[in-house]
Design a protein around this ligand. Structure first.
Ligand code: ZN
Length: 191
């Protein structure tokens, strides 16, 4: 499975690819708004260099904590935006995962206990959560605390090579509820 860095175009991960960014680097990139899905570690470091002096490490770790606390509090729903709430625009989230051959996802149970099938389903679930997290961060960046009209898609990202893309889209809105945890994350992301 060879993912390509959207910046330098080189493959990322595996034995021969560019190194993937570590968890801390990735969080830093997300919180500073420079991370693009699939970015290699070196492009991300370069993108961070111009930004990182603006915030201290302490502020960043406080900000990441605020974002992590706020994310589960962002309400998401497939129904349409309730009357009277503003439409703050489209938000999206993506996650690309390698699964082995795409058809295996739908080939059903591969042993008597269905072990293989369950592993794929777990992967899809994890990817779904990651895509939703990305969508919620986009919403918070807009100052929104809820996302309606949520649509989730699972598509093949490359033909037959076992790359799946989970994408979620929705309409961000602000419910006007008083939630200090959400407000803290919004303030941080806008600063
Ligand atoms: Zn790169």
């Amino acid at each position: 499975m060879a993912e390509k860095c959207p910046v330098c175009g080189q493959s990322v991960g595996g034995l021969t690819g560019m190194p993937k960014p570590g968890k801390d680097l990735k969080e830093k990139g997300i919180s500073l708004g420079v991370y693009e899905e699939g970015m290699c570690a070196s492009c991300l470091s370069r993108a961070l260099k111009g930004k990182v002096t603006e915030k201290t490490d302490e502020e960043i770790s406080e900000g990441n904590k605020a974002i992590r606390t706020a994310m589960p509090r962002v309400f998401v729903s497939p129904s349409s935006i309730p009357d009277g709430l503003p439409d703050m625009g489209l938000v999206t989230g993506y996650c690309i995962l390698g699964t082995g051959p795409f058809t295996a996802l739908f080939s059903g149970v591969t042993d008597a206990l269905g072990r293989k099938s369950n592993a794929y389903m777990q992967k899809a679930r994890d990817a779904e959560r990651e895509a939703l997290d990305a969508l919620k961060i986009e919403a918070l960046k807009k100052g929104a605390d809820a996302v309606y009209c949520l649509r989730l898609n699972l598509t093949e990202a490359t033909s037959g090579n076992g790359m799946l893309m989970v994408s979620v889209t929705g309409a961000a809105t602000s419910t006007g509820r008083d939630d200090p945890a959400i407000q803290k994350a919004i303030d941080y992301l806008k600063s």
